[in-house]
Design a protein around this ligand. Structure first.
Ligand code: HEM
Length: 209
């Protein structure tokens, strides 16, 4: 049998950047499908309301999943660190779409209506604060920003915990009637945030005999 040709047998792994772009593009598809369905009139009588709600839920879930990357590596040895950035960017993108639909479809870009909403519906204030944090984190997620911010980058990106808490509050009080789902998610978020405070085990040096 002929020996395997090196070039043919070598596994062609995708570069980390290619994997990040692929993940991001793949998980943007639900947004595309939703908008197409809304456009075609397949989402019921209030299609853009469905999209607004779907995008809010996606933003929340991607934020939560992005926060699971570190505990998964630490406690289960599963290293998905390369996907953390696209997951965070997906949370930001879905939140931006969610808010765009609110401003356009729900409030017709009427500043008076938006102002009235923000001053009378506290859940929107929590959502806005969460979104401001997501904007800052998305803007500083590039390699260039990491270099420029140096040691300040890590503490800045820890504000994602605060964004998660604010998003939980926004989600939990968004509805006029109580829903159990936001509280289940808030419970999961609490666990995901709390495990970060579990102290790391001290590495013991082998004693020479
Ligand atoms: C300026 C910022 C934001 C505005 C104006 C906004 C607006 C809204 C509105 C109008 C609703 C629907 C409430 C209802 O029908 O009674 C909603 C629900 C929701 N929002 Fe936001 N939101 C903002 C930020 C965010 C962010 C940053 C996230 C997540 C990271 C988020 C996640 C959600 C979720 C999960 C729901 C519930 C969707 C459902 O289950 O139906 N929102 N938001």
């Amino acid at each position: 049998m002929a020996p395997p040709v090196a070039g043919r047998t070598r596994r062609k792994n995708l570069s980390p950047l290619a994997r990040q772009v692929l993940l991001y593009a793949l998980f943007l598809l639900p947004a595309v499908f939703d908008l197409v369905e809304a456009w075609m009139g397949w989402l019921g009588p209030r299609p853009y309301r469905e999209c607004l709600h779907d995008f809010g839920r996606y933003a929340f879930r991607f934020l939560l999943i992005s926060l699971m990357v570190t505990p998964l590596r630490r406690f289960a040895g599963i290293n998905l660190i390369v996907y953390r950035r696209p997951l965070g960017l997906l949370a930001f993108t879905y939140a931006a779409l969610h808010i765009t639909l609110y401003l356009t479809w729900a409030r017709s870009f009427d500043p008076a209506l938006v102002w009235k909403d923000f001053t009378t519906r506290p859940f929107l204030t929590f959502g806005l604060l969460a979104f401001v944090i997501l904007c800052v984190l998305a803007a500083t997620s590039t390699r260039k920003s990491i270099m420029r911010l140096g040691r300040r980058w890590a503490p800045l990106h820890k504000t994602v915990y605060l964004a998660m808490v604010l998003a939980c509050i926004h989600y939990s009080i968004a509805f006029k009637v109580w829903h159990v789902e936001p509280f289940i998610y808030a419970g999961i978020a609490a666990v995901v945030l709390a495990v970060r405070f579990v102290p790391k085990a001290q590495k013991t040096r082998p004693t020479s005999q």
